[in-house]
Design a protein around this ligand. Structure first.
Ligand code: GLY
Length: 359
């Protein structure tokens, strides 16, 4: 097993680091002891990830002196709600965690978002760490301190910003991901490639990326270092961080209209393709972008369109966080490596979505 670990600083206040490499799960206790005193560690995980990785995580944490308890909830976006959050908070209280203790988010994006919000709310905020086991969590949601649950009106509508104390991404966990989940993470990788530019996007174009690819740790590290830079400059999403929402306005609408049966990454992929086509059709791009983004999505098993109508999507998008009053900010890919924010009246959203549909 290669022992190469890449460590990326995230210079928020307080600063923390994201480590990427093999074997980090079995060494998580030791790695966390480098930044934390031994304390109670409440692991929050789900019914898919717990059976695979909870006991190894527990063994490593206990070996390093942490007193471990665990809370598991049914896997899936359907659990990312106030009910599960309430159960997690009651669990932390039953376990008598104090302000010097720790929440450990072990899993994918749903677990990280929900466990992070539990940590942000419990006792008005205790520390947490992220152990992402999905590609989506590794490249996006585990870094940057966004935590949230969904409300019936839409995605991530109840949340808080709280940076984790550490992120440990063991890339060997990605090998057990079902293809659909790996593809889901690829949507955020491709999104980041469009934002970063040729340096990253050209690595993604030649063919589908697989969990076995030797390029994967480098690609994950590049996605995280890009995101870390954005978050350092704009932690609370007042400006530049909004760019990370490329594909998400329509993506969140697709998730919502599907009753969350379409996974986040698949919805974001379709959302990215739709805004890329729309941008070209409306003359907002400096060069053709859809012709590069769409094949890249499709070769990774991701959709570039949706069967929902523009009317349904525009209606659903009106509940999105990115709406401010009667305007909504869209992230528009102008070329690979350059995206711009464009604020349009909500009434213009429907024609934009119509212009971007592939049918
Ligand atoms: N997932 C986008 C962000 O963290 O800002």
């Amino acid at each position: 097993m290669s022992q190469t670990i890449q460590t990326i600083p995230v210079r928020t206040k307080p600063e923390y680091s994201a480590a990427i490499g093999e074997g980090l799960l079995d060494r998580c206790g030791q790695r966390l002891r480098e930044v934390l005193e031994p304390c109670r560690a409440a692991v929050i995980t789900d019914s898919n990830v717990g059976p695979l990785y909870l006991e190894r995580t527990r063994a490593s944490l206990e070996g390093a002196g942490f007193a471990v308890s665990a809370f598991s909830f049914p896997a899936g976006e359907g659990s990312k709600n106030l009910g599960t959050l309430g159960e997690a908070l009651e669990f932390l209280a039953r376990e008598r965690l104090t302000r010097t203790d720790l929440v450990v988010a072990l899993g994918g994006g749903v677990t990280g978002d929900m466990a992070g919000l539990a940590a942000a709310l419990y006792l008005r905020g205790i520390r947490y760490v992220q152990l992402p086991t999905s590609l989506l969590a590794a490249v996006d949601s585990s870094v940057g301190g966004k935590t949230a649950v969904d409300l019936s009106a839409g995605k991530n509508l109840a949340g808080a910003f709280l940076q984790p104390s550490a992120v440990l991404c063991d890339v060997t966990c990605l090998a057990t991901l079902p293809p659909l989940f790996f593809a889901d993470g690829m949507a955020e990788v491709i999104k980041t490639g469009v934002l970063v530019g040729e340096e990253l996007f050209s690595l993604l174009e030649p063919g589908p990326l697989t969990p076995e690819s030797g390029l994967l740790p480098r690609i994950i590290a590049r996605c995280i270092s890009y995101k870390a830079g954005v978050v350092e400059r704009d932690e609370k999403e007042q400006g530049e961080r909004k760019l990370l929402n490329l594909g998400h306005t329509v993506g969140h609408a697709i998730e919502k209209v599907s009753g969350f049966s379409i996974p986040h990454g698949h919805a974001v992929a379709a959302g990215t393709a739709i805004i890329a086509r729309a941008a070209e059709a409306l003359g907002w791009t400096g060069e053709p972008v859809a012709g590069r983004i769409i094949p890249c999505l499709e070769q990774n098993g991701l959709p570039a369109d949706t069967a929902f109508s523009p009317e349904e999507l525009a209606e659903a998008a009106l509940g999105d966080k990115k709406r401010a009053g009667d305007a909504i900010t869209l992230v528009v890919p102008e070329k690979i490596g350059r995206c711009a924010m464009r604020t349009v009246p909500v009434g213009e959203l429907l024609p934009v979505i119509r212009a971007g549909m592939g049918r």
